[in-house]
Design a protein around this ligand. Structure first.
Ligand SMILES: NC(=O)c1ccc[n+]([C@@H]2O[C@H](COP(=O)([O-])OP(=O)(O)OC[C@H]3O[C@@H](n4cnc5c(N)ncnc54)[C@H](OP(=O)(O)O)[C@@H]3O)[C@@H](O)[C@H]2O)c1
Length: 214
């Protein structure tokens, strides 16, 4: 199958690309030089050059940690494009072939908004609503849509934004962060085993960190 993995050059996206490549899928891993999701012209060009695929991974760089009161108007606009509108345009513009899969990499904040991650909490929740609506339409084409909502995963980005690593890690239920390869292997297993009925769901990938039941 052909796979387009956005944010596929590092971290979680890179691990997903690796996993799919091990299964001999034809994987196009793109970074921010190939598509900048905060720049809608770049997004339109990308859609034009990549009109169809079998597997689509919607993923991009995350916003800076900020409290609601500290977010500037310019930042709201930038991340509205980066985390919401670009994904909407891609979902509308790139055809996923019958029997395909769409994975969204969001964040556990879609279930538990985090006051230090105001931008992420706002726009990821907004896109997850659209993704859920889309999953119902796409199901008629045998396309499965899975929203992966990571907690703390050990990537460059996490290492950059975490100030007190030791304290935060020891307080996690598993005493460690998640590995990017765990998400990569999850995506690989869904595709390899052709698990189709798990669709329209949010999979919280957080090592039991969250307190919500659903
Ligand atoms: N890691 C975690 O603990 C965690 C937890 C919850 C949510 N998330 C979210 O999951 C996503 C992936 O996280 P990660 O830790 O794997 O991130 P990462 O290691 O920083 O990788 C980010 C990826 O996105 C690409 N990218 C950056 N800015 C972009 C832009 N403006 N347009 C298009 N692509 C862009 C990067 O490309 P280049 O290599 O070209 O820069 C890279 O491939 C992020 O949105 C993050 O906020 C992560």
């Amino acid at each position: 199958m052909k796979a387009i993995v956005m944010g596929g050059t590092r971290g979680i996206g890179d691990a997903i690309s690796d996993s799919l490549r091990r299964q001999s899928h034809d994987v196009i891993s793109v970074g921010h030089h190939d598509i900048n999701t905060s720049d809608l012209d770049s997004v339109r060009r990308f859609i034009h050059n990549n009109p169809q695929t079998d597997i689509l991974v919607l993923n991009t760089g995350g916003p800076p940690p900020k409290k609601f009161t500290d977010v500037t108007e310019q930042e709201w606009l930038k991340y509205h494009n980066q985390l919401f509108l670009s994904f909407v345009l891609i979902l509308q513009g790139i055809k996923v072939n019958r029997g395909g899969y769409i994975f969204l990499i969001s964040s556990s904040v879609v279930k538990e908004p985090n006051s230090n991650l105001a931008i992420s909490s706002a726009y990821r929740a907004a896109f997850v609503e659209i993704f859920k609506l889309a999953s119902r339409e796409l199901a008629t084409h045998d396309i499965s849509c899975i929203n992966i909502a990571p907690g703390l995963i050990s990537t460059d980005r996490t290492l950059e934004i975490m100030k007190d690593m030791e304290a935060d890690i020891s307080s996690l239920p598993m005493g460690r962060m998640g590995k990017p390869s765990e998400i990569g292997d999850f995506v690989g297993a869904i595709v390899e085993r052709e698990i189709k009925y798990l669709s329209g769901v949010t999979v919280t990938f957080d090592g039991a960190s969250s307190v919500h039941v659903f």
